[in-house]
Design a protein around this ligand. Sequence first.
Ligand code: CP
Ligand code: NVA
Length: 300
Amino acid sequence: MSIRHFINLPDIGAETLKGILKQAHSLKAEKFNPPQILEGLSLAMVFDKRSTRTRISFEVAMKQLGGHTIVMSMGEMQIAGSETIEDTSKVLSRFVDAVMLRMSSHENMEELARWASIPIVNGMTNESHPCQIMADLLTIEEKLGNVEGKKIAWFGDYNNVCKTFEQAAPLFGFDLAISTPPDLQPAKPGPRTTYHEDAQAAAKGADVIVTDTWVSMGQEGKAIDKFMPYQVNSALMAQAKEHAIFMHCMPIHQNEEVTQDVLKTKASVIYDEAENRLHAQKAILAWCLEEAGVRVRKRG
Ligand code: CP
Ligand code: NVA
């Protein structure tokens, strides 16, 4: 039986991902009466960076579905000393049913998954943030209907979150316009992705305007002046469709990547987006654990 890791969206495939998204919609509909499908299962959560949303939403998701969690910072584990990734992975596999990691090195997460006999969930690396994108797609579909054929416009840094939108575009069938300083332009934009040096041009006709911090964790001290033309402000929002929504994975740096006035408009859906981390992650966990899942209870 193959282990269902949730690390790279393209490895999971379009049909499976659409199924997980559909499940996220239905688990949200059941939010006040969550099915106990993960009863008795344990999730270890390991962080080498700060987190508010990822940590709390995974913890609550697991508990609402009947499971439980253990949270550790990587710095207090033996892997921060001399224990190998292989030993860490094999030992964790004996204790818990799945591991969610926020791990700077994407390669190290993939190595950990190679040694694991349980699902590994990517809670963000320097390269990607797939759980965030699933929550974002859930939010877009709630607000605007099926994401297929929509135009999503990204502004600012070409970072882990942006790169995961780029991976998701051909899988879910939306178009992505990326607008960043020219030195950050993707060497070869992925399918359904276009690059625009001019932010106003990228925003034209967009259904979704999205940005993220200009300084991701671990990049503290980086110069930000070059990002100013890519700030999301009311002039940029005015280029998008009338019904366009504004999204941000949070945490936000007000009046840097987005102005306060945009955050105060009806277009901003940031808190629904944050809540949707919970519902999307329930669906991700259910998918990961179902197959491993002699013990996963069938619904209904
Ligand atoms: N968006 C997100 O991943 O938030 P946290 O860093 O708070 O987990
Ligand atoms: N790009 C940001 C996302 C935080 C959720 C970071 O990596 O810090």
